[in-house]
Each structure stands twice: as C-alpha cells, then as structure tokens.
Ligand binder design. Structure first.
Ligand code: NAD
Ligand code: ZN
Length: 358
C-alpha cells in the first residue's frame, strides 16, 4: 500500500501590503521570560527595514551574511553563541530575508532544542525535540522556503535539508512591499525557482490533484509576473509572493525533479546560488521539459536577463565527479522525474554531458 505524505503546514500567516507593521504585536504575543532573536539579512544592515524591526531591549538582532548558501557549521555556531552568551533558549527566532535567511532560522530553531551538530539532522524527521517558535518574513519571493517543510543546508558531506514536522514556520508575514524593487536579476533568479518548482512538481510520478492544482495556479501567476510585470510594480510583487507560496506547497506534496538535481550539484561543488544555478541547469533541459524550457527562455528574453554560460568549463575532473555524485544521490528527485528505471536513462555519462553544457 502506498504511504502518503502527512505534512506539517505553517501554523499562521498574514498576507498583504503593510503587514510587516503587525510583526511587533504578533511577536509580543509569544514572549515568555526569555528574549527574541531577529535574524536579518545583512543586505538590510543600516537600511530602513532593519530600523523598523520590532526588537525590544532584551532582544538580539543578528545580521547574517548569505554570500554563501546556508551551512550546517554556521547554524551550529549561531546556536552555540546564543546559548553561551545568554545562557537561555530564546522565546523565538524571527527571520527577515530571502530563502537563505529563512532556512537559517528554520534550522536554528530546531537546533536550539536539539543537541549535537546540525549535520546529524540532515534528513527526514531526525530531530527529537520540537523547535522554538519561529517566524518567516520573506524579502525575496520564489523559493517557497516560507512554507516548505525543509531547511536546506550544505554540510560536510551533502546539501540536504533538515526536513520534518518541526521545521516549518509557526508564523509567516507576507508583505509584498518588502520585495519591491529587488534588483532585476535577483528578482528573476529567485522568482524562477518558483516557476521551475511548478514545472517539476507537475512533471513526474508523485504529482497528484492537490500538487497539480497548486502548481497550475502558481504557474499562471509566474507567467503574468515574468511576461508582463517588473520588480517595481506592486501587483506583480503580490502575485509573485502568492506564486512562491503555492509553488512551495505544490512541491511539498509532490517533488522537484531533474533541474533541482543538477542545480544541487552546481551549488555544492561550485557554490552557485540556488536561483541562478536552477536557471543555468534549466536552460539545458529542453529534452526533459520542452514546453517549460521554451517558456522560460521567452521570459529570459522578455526580462532581458543574463543567464551565465559555460560555468563548468575549466573545472577539475574531481569537481566534475563530485557534481555527478551529488546529482545522482538525489534519488527521490529521480524517482519522481524518471521512475524506477531512472539509472538506465540518467547514467554518469549522460549527467556529465549535461553538466558540460552548463
Ligand atoms: P538568498 O536568500 O540566498 O539571497 C540572495 C541575495 O539577495 C543575497 O545577496 C541577499 O542578501 C539578497 N537579498 C535578500 N533580500 C533582498 C532584497 N529585498 N533586495 C535586494 N537583495 C536582497 O536568495 P533566495 O533565492 O531567496 O534563496 C536561495 C536559498 O534558498 C538557497 O540557499 C536555497 O538552498 C534555499 N531554498 C530553500 C528552499 C526550502 O524549501 N527551504 C527552497 C528553495 C531554495
Ligand atoms: Zn528550488
């Protein structure tokens, strides 16, 4: 008998322009006898949004750098520093940033209540103790990290999420004003993550009526945003926030596919950021997702976006081998995309050939 997923959803959400103003009241409601940690993308250090963070005197605001994708070692250092300096577990962790900062907050909130290195928890439902209260406030839209059941981390051995019931946010605050005027390339790379989540969720063995409905609607919103919108118009940003949420839910109840399997290899070995790595990979996957890739290319043209080319040219043989290993280890994605016999289609040689085109 097929075992169906029973997923933990975000407990509470607020959506709409200006909703960030309500963050203070929301957080105050959860205060006990400790303090709150605000994890803020260091992009906002010294900017207006950081000034508007509703932190009280006892709270800690930690600016996080995400030039590199989230790492298990950074999660451990954050956890250890907070516990050593304050001697207390915080009442909550509030993240303000893109997918990277949100994933840091999701992982940190689990690790504040669970011992040992976070790399031990990369996998499904490995944490024993519930996470501390945590809130996601996205400042980029597309990853679906605000609603997904995983906190994606690069560890000493692999790029894999801390997944499970304790990972999703207790609260998300979706304020489209926070994603207004994101630089066009970043807006596109992160937004395309949502588009690709939908294409991959729809195209595979784990798709179902629920994930399909979410993906279809999210795709429609992505089309409106990337064929007709721009980063500086509010209706587009509202749609993109909803698309990200629906795409994230869709893949949570289905699976991602070939593009993500290749993208993870690029990120793990070359450090390429998720959004741009997806675009680089998807650009070469016409044979697997013909309609999706054609539409993607139309959006790239429409928005006048530069997709990096030939990033694997000149890499060492060891790096190529590691990338192929990383990709082919993502069995759940391959089972979804290509089925039980996937190893016969996606051989090491085929994976190498595709990487050489990226
Ligand atoms: P990001 O969080 O990595 O940020 C990208 C860049 O944009 C950074 O330099 C950041 O400082 C900057 N930035 C953030 N907000 C900005 C704003 N409003 N204006 C201008 N710049 C801003 O980007 P992302 O694409 O949102 O997230 C990618 C990460 O999300 C990856 O680490 C990936 O692994 C993860 N991810 C997680 C899930 C999940 O389900 N948990 C899903 C997909 C991706
Ligand atoms: Zn993704």
């Amino acid at each position: 008998m097929n075992i169906l997923k029973n997923i933990q959803l975000v407990n509470k959400m607020i959506f709409g322009a200006g909703s960030f103003h309500q963050l203070g009241d929301i957080v105050d409601d959860k205060r006990a006898d400790s303090f709150m940690v605000f994890l803020v993308d260091d992009y906002f250090e010294g900017k207006e949004l950081a000034e508007r963070t509703p932190a009280r005197d006892q709270d800690r605001i930690l600016f996080v750098n995400v030039d590199e994708e989230p790492k298990t070692s950074v999660v451990d250092d954050l956890r250890d520093a907070i516990l050593q300096i304050t001697g207390k577990v915080p009442d909550g962790v509030i993240s303000i940033g893109g997918g990277s900062v949100m994933d840091y907050a999701k992982a940190l909130s689990v690790m504040l209540n669970n011992p040992g290195p976070s790399s031990q928890y990369q996998g499904l439902n490995l944490a024993q103790q519930p996470s501390v209260y945590h809130v996601g406030v996205p400042t980029l839209s597309g990853t679906g990290a605000e609603v997904s059941t995983t906190a994606v981390l690069t560890g000493p051995e692999k790029k894999l999420g801390i997944k499970g019931d304790f990972t999703p946010f207790h609260q998300i605050v979706l304020d489209p004003e926070l994603i207004l005027n994101v630089p066009r390339n970043q807006w596109f790379y992160t937004g395309m993550d949502s588009y690709i989540h939908n294409i991959e969720s729809l195209t595979g063995n784990y798709s179902n009526a629920l994930s399909d409905a979410l993906a279809h609607q999210s795709l429609e919103l992505c089309r409106q945003v990337f064929m007709y919108g721009s980063p500086d118009d509010m209706p587009s940003n509202e749609k993109l926030m909803v698309a990200s949420l629906m795409g994230g839910l869709s893949l949570s109840y289905s699976e991602v596919g070939i593009c993500h399997a290749f993208s993870y290899g690029l990120s793990y070995v070359l450090g390429t950021h998720h959004g741009v790595a997806n675009c680089i990979a998807f650009n070469q996957l016409e044979a697997y997702y013909p309609e999706g890739v054609a539409e993607f290319k139309a959006m790239v043209n429409k928005q006048d976006i530069e997709i990096p080319q030939n990033i694997t040219a000149g890499i060492s043989e060891a790096q190529m081998e590691k990338m192929i290993d990383t990709t082919l280890a993502l069995e759940h994605m391959w089972l979804h995309a290509l089925g039980e016999e996937w190893r016969q289609t996606m051989t090491r040689d085929k994976a190498r050939e595709l990487y050489q085109q990226m």
